[in-house]
Design a protein. Structure first.
Lengths: 467, 158
């Protein structure tokens, strides 16, 4: 059940009405939201609802054991076991096939052919997100950053809450558990913000991302050898816009849906292509993941505490694992290596010039954007061969066939939205929250109608569902 | 030099301060008290006699006390629900076709065929009123924009 579908709209309206009618009893309301979330998840594969429940029980149990242990050594043991169990779940479902293939390849290179047990493991949707959430809950309880959940119900809802379940943002326990403590209070500001984010997300996903994918990105990345430099360059820029509009649309809609149910999620994107450095890019792109990687990987590795070279090594490890988190393929590892390498170069460069500003901001933005685009080639290409064909095609100057004025307007529009005022939606909320409900209702309806008129038939799944 | 007090001199050439008729003060004078004038005051703000009917109305229907937190939240929920209802009604009228499309994509069955038939009647009746024209017009304009090509663009070779 995808967000931009009528089926989801009907589901959401039902959840909205019932959840607010249960506002006198928080426990029943949370139980209803949990059942609705499981129903939502079961639309993909009902068998994995069991995995979701098992994962929640595991993390709740480990957190309870950590809290009850009075010896530091034992607490460390429990947190270690909890993190390892989460990683085993993620590793089995996401990386088992990949690692077995690598082992088979390696053994065959030494002339040692072995038939290892290859399983067709189905990847549960959103497993990367909910296991990371589980890890953050267990570690935060260990660190004392968050109090353990009041009940198993809270942990289950934390991990299963349908707005963020399948593609984030990764909402941490410290953000959401306090909100579960009582029935949330809906304000006009939250509601208006939620509605605007949903409409804005619909537009970005169903109009910009879908059109760019079908008209330019998919055909070029499928067979780069059939296109010249103009088509390929346009496809790379188009993919940069597509992935931003696709993923940020999901986050916007998730934040908006949660807001209409009275819960507040953290912001996940902040005009990332405005970044003037790779470090700044990661402060603006998929913020919930980058901050997760910083707090639970980079900092435990030592962060920047042991000097420049150590921080460079830690960044590299963090970005490599961040790349692997996105998918079990070497192209994702290479993508992570590119981002890590670029950040290492930046750090060394800054140390060399002693933090003086040596290039103007606009040049920094331009360079950063093109490094990111280079990374998107690795990210989008199915194989290294196709990625190399894309790069080779950038030097093949000939005519173009897929670039049209329409596609160009979408690319330019998708990039131009990064130069809107940074809090444009919030500004609009301030104006609209005082409007009478019929006025706002007609405005929202008209905006959705406009999107409906522009969107192509059908809706492709969100890119980040595969992760 | 002429003497200004000289009555014979009709055109005095040098000005002299007039002699004060009051004796000089021995002690400094206290400053004026601060003004009680309110710059923003409006004569219409002055208390007037209340209309008897208004007073009676207030007595009969006393104003509700200010809303507490729960009251505010309840009002916001009602406002949000009304907004959603209006938006849904708007879309049911002007985008009725999507309901029909959705019904036709569902697995066949009694429910699906009932929804499909209801949606078909609904779409046809609204089409008679021209409710489909705005979205059809927008869609046509959008398709025209999509079809524009650059001069010299080659055929797609994929």
């Amino acid at each position: 059940m995808l967000f931009p579908t009528l089926a989801f709209a009907v589901f959401f309206l039902f959840v909205y009405l019932v959840s607010w009618s249960l506002d006198r009893e928080n426990g029943r309301r949370k139980l209803f939201l949990l059942l609705a979330s499981w129903f939502f998840y079961a639309q993909w594969d009902w068998r994995f609802v069991g995995l979701l429940i098992a994962s929640a029980v595991l993390n709740w149990g480990v957190a309870a054991l950590i809290v009850r242990s009075d010896q530091e050594k034992r607490r460390k043991l429990w947190v270690g076991l909890g993190v390892a169990a989460n990683l085993v779940i993620l590793g089995f479902f996401k990386y088992y096939g990949f690692f077995v293939e690598q082992v088979v390849d390696l053994l065959s290179q030494f002339g040692w052919e072995r038939d290892l047990p290859l399983l067709q493991v189905v990847l549960p949707v959103g497993i990367s997100f909910f296991t990371f959430q589980g890890v953050s809950y267990v570690v935060d309880v260990y660190r004392g950053k968050t109090a353990p959940a009041e009940s198993l119900l809270d942990v289950m809802l934390l991990m299963s809450f349908f707005p963020h379940l399948v593609a984030g943002p990764i909402v941490r326990a410290s953000d959401l558990l306090p909100q579960f403590a009582r029935v949330p209070r809906l304000t006009r500001e939250m509601a208006t913000h939620g509605l605007l984010l949903i409409v804005w997300g619909l537009f970005k996903k169903t109009v910009i991302a879908s059109e760019l994918a079908t008209r330019l990105v998919d055909p070029v990345f499928f067979d780069p050898s059939a296109y010249g430099a103009i088509d390929i360059a346009a496809a790379v820029y188009a993919y940069a816009v597509q992935i931003y509009c696709d993923f940020s649309a999901y986050s916007d809609m998730a934040i908006g849906i949660a807001a209409l149910l009275g819960y507040s999620f953290p912001r996940n994107f902040d005009q990332p292509y405005r970044a003037a450095s790779m470090q700044a890019f990661w402060r603006r792109w998929h913020i919930s993941l980058s901050s997760w990687l910083r707090d639970y990987l980079y900092v435990p590795l030592g962060g920047g505490r042991k000097g420049l070279w150590s921080s460079c090594l830690n960044v590299m490890i963090t970005m490599l694992l961040g790349g692997l988190w996105h998918g079990a393929a070497w192209t994702f590892v290479a993508w992570g290596a590119l981002h890590g390498g670029a950040q290492v170069v930046e750090r060394l460069g800054r140390a060399l010039v002693k933090d003086r500003k040596v290039i103007p901001t606009w040049l920094g933005v331009l360079i950063t954007f093109h490094v990111v685009c280079l990374g998107w080639i690795l990210f989008r290409a199915e194989t290294f061969d196709l990625a190399m064909q894309m790069l080779a095609g950038l030097g093949r100057f000939e005519g173009f066939s897929l670039v049209t004025p329409f596609v160009l307007v979408l690319i330019v529009g998708g990039l131009a939205m990064h130069w809107l005022p940074p809090r444009a939606v919030e500004g609009l909320v301030e104006r609209l929250k005082t409007a009478p409900s019929p006025t706002l209702g007609v405005l929202i309806g008209a905006a959705i109608l406009l999107v409906e008129a522009m969107r192509p038939e059908g809706v492709a799944p969100f890119i980040y569902f595969q992760f | 030099m002429s003497d200004p007090t000289d009555p014979i001199d009709p055109f005095p050439t040098q000005a002299h301060p007039p002699v004060s008729p009051f004796p000089p003060l021995d002690e400094p004078v206290a400053a004026d008290p601060s003004s009680d004038w309110i710059g923003a005051a409006d004569a219409h703000d002055l208390p007037t006699r209340e209309n008897a009917l208004v007073a009676l109305g207030r007595f009969a229907f006393p104003p509700a006390p200010a809303l507490d937190e729960e009251g505010e939240a309840s009002r916001a929920r009602r406002w949000t629900s009304q907004t959603l209802f209006v938006a849904c009604a708007f879309l049911m009228i002007f985008n009725a076709e999507s309901l029909q499309n959705w019904a036709r994509q569902q697995p066949p069955g009694w429910g699906q065929s009932t929804v499909d038939k209801l949606a078909t009647v609904w779409v046809d009746q609204l089409a008679l009123l021209g409710a489909n024209l705005p979205v059809d017009g927008l869609r046509d304009a959008w398709r025209d924009a999509q079809a524009v090509q650059f001069d010299g663009a080659a055929e797609d070779r994929s």
